[in-house]
Unconditional design. Structure first.
Length: 468
């Protein structure tokens, strides 16, 4: 208990104080900000002080993009917007949203400065989607800020004596694994880049060899590794303190990892457009604290665009400090809930939002009007500890539809087919799908370990093959 309390105190002090120190540094180094704050800030910053910093940075950003980004210059001209028209944070609503399609259509129009100023170019499609490619440019200054927040986020779960095993894709220069390694080193811990090409046994050997106490990785490979190793090795005796995951994991999966590794489990929310590292789950496990030094957050009604003070909506970010590809009111398509109350961790001046369980482009609307998306099934199927992964296809024509499930399992439960079927027809969240007269009997195919990987499935789990 004492060790857990020490780690909680470290997180609360560091993550919040990191933001406060960044703002105080601005007062010392930026005469304009010092004048904006009437000469300084109080010793202990309040939420109002953070919002003053946000507004100052927003004003600078709008002047910067209106003079350097052809996209925003045209957008502002078309909508008769001048940076001087924005006289409060609330006035941000006067500016139209930037959609992902805008960035994909012509990323060079977002570039501020010359190509010679750019240190890193990332071309990508959003994880889990099949949409058009986007491109983001980063200067050396952008990269340094990304690394700095990665270090600050890692301090949520990491101390100087920790060893962090990084299970992320690697290869090209300044990839996410490289940047995270630098962030880990920045806070004095040790980093081991393991990549994602090693087998589960090889990953385990690295954990033992270097004495890894923190595993940071993509959720699906870490869960798969756990399933493949749990009956062969005593994972709970290795001394791993924390598993830190980069993407959504169902509550049942998190609890399973906690039990098998005998450690805490945290998740991280990232977005390439925002600089990869965006938000981290603290020790209270009640939402995400995000990078408020570099990002401004709104949560909106995805249908009307109205900014929400409570409830569930779409995350919209504005990059306050980005030099290469700054983005104003960028719609993420990620759905999360607003958490207006102070965090139980004690970080009273930090905002937070709930887990991202849905992406708008991953939602499939069925004939009966029901909406399905991967996390809807994740929360149900992963209550079965024999399940490693699954894929889902939707077929149909003429108003009739059928769901096809491919279930990759450990092979230890001979009744897994029947268990999956019972869950589909008994779980309150799924039962309505089959209650109408438009859905045929679901197909359930069970494959052995590695079966889904061998089939070469894309990251997107719901594949819509209907003839509409």
């Amino acid at each position: 208990m004492a060790d857990k309390k020490n780690r909680e105190d470290l997180e609360r002090i560091y993550l919040e104080e990191w933001l406060h120190s960044k703002i105080r540094y601005e007062v010392l180094t930026d005469p304009d900000f010092r004048a904006f704050t009437d000469g300084g800030l109080p010793e202990r910053l309040t939420r109002a002080d953070i919002e003053r910093y946000h507004f100052f940075r927003l004003k600078k950003l709008l002047s910067y993009v209106s003079g350097n980004s052809s996209f925003y210059k045209d957008l502002f001209d078309k909508n008769h917007i001048r940076p001087s028209d924005i006289v409060s944070l609330a006035d941000l609503e006067k500016i139209p949203f930037t959609d992902q399609a805008d960035l994909a259509r012509n990323p060079n129009r977002f570039l501020c400065g010359s190509h010679g100023d750019i240190a890193r170019v990332t071309t990508f499609t959003t994880s889990g989607t099949t949409g058009p490619e986007k491109r983001v440019y980063c200067t050396d200054g952008d990269i340094e800020r990304i690394i700095e927040f990665m270090g600050a986020g890692m301090r949520t779960v990491t101390e100087k004596e920790d060893v962090v095993q990084i299970m992320l894709p690697s290869g090209r220069l300044s990839n996410q694994a490289d940047l995270l390694e630098q962030g880990v080193l920045k806070i004095g811990a040790k980093a081991v880049k393991a990549g994602l090409n090693l087998s589960s046994e090889e990953q385990l050997e690295l954990i033992k060899k270097h004495g890894a106490t923190v595993i940071f990785g993509v959720a699906s490979p870490v869960y798969r590794m756990t399933q493949e190793l749990k009956d062969l090795h005593a994972l709970d005796k290795l001394g791993v303190k924390t598993v830190f995951l980069t993407s959504f994991l169902a509550d049942a999966q998190k609890e399973y990892l906690r039990r098998i590794w005998n450690c805490d489990v945290h998740s991280h929310y990232g977005l390439t457009e925002m600089g990869l590292a965006v938000a981290v789950e603290c020790h209270a496990h009640d939402g995400y604290h995000f990078n408020e030094a570099d990002l401004l957050l709104e949560i909106i009604d995805p249908e009307t665009g109205r900014v929400l003070d409570e409830g569930e909506g779409e995350l919209v970010f504005t990059t306050l400090t980005r030099q290469g590809t700054p983005l104003v009111r960028y719609r993420t398509n990620d759905i999360a809930r607003v958490i207006p109350e102070p965090c139980p961790c004690g970080a009273a001046t930090l905002r937070r939002f709930g887990p991202v369980k849905r992406r708008l482009e991953l939602i499939v609307r069925l004939a009966g009007g029901y909406l399905i998306y991967p996390s809807l099934f994740d929360e149900v199927f992963y209550t079965l500890t024999d399940v490693i992964d699954y894929d889902l296809r939707v077929t149909g024509a003429g108003g009739r539809e059928r769901l096809h499930f491919t279930m990759e399992t450990t092979g230890q439960d001979p009744d897994i087919h029947d268990r999956v079927r019972r869950l589909l027809f008994s779980e309150p969240a799924l039962r309505p799908l089959f209650a109408g007269n438009t859905m045929d009997e679901p197909e359930i195919v069970v494959v052995p370990p590695g079966g889904i990987l061998q089939m070469g499935r894309a990251k997107k789990k719901i594949i819509d093959e209907r003839v509409l």
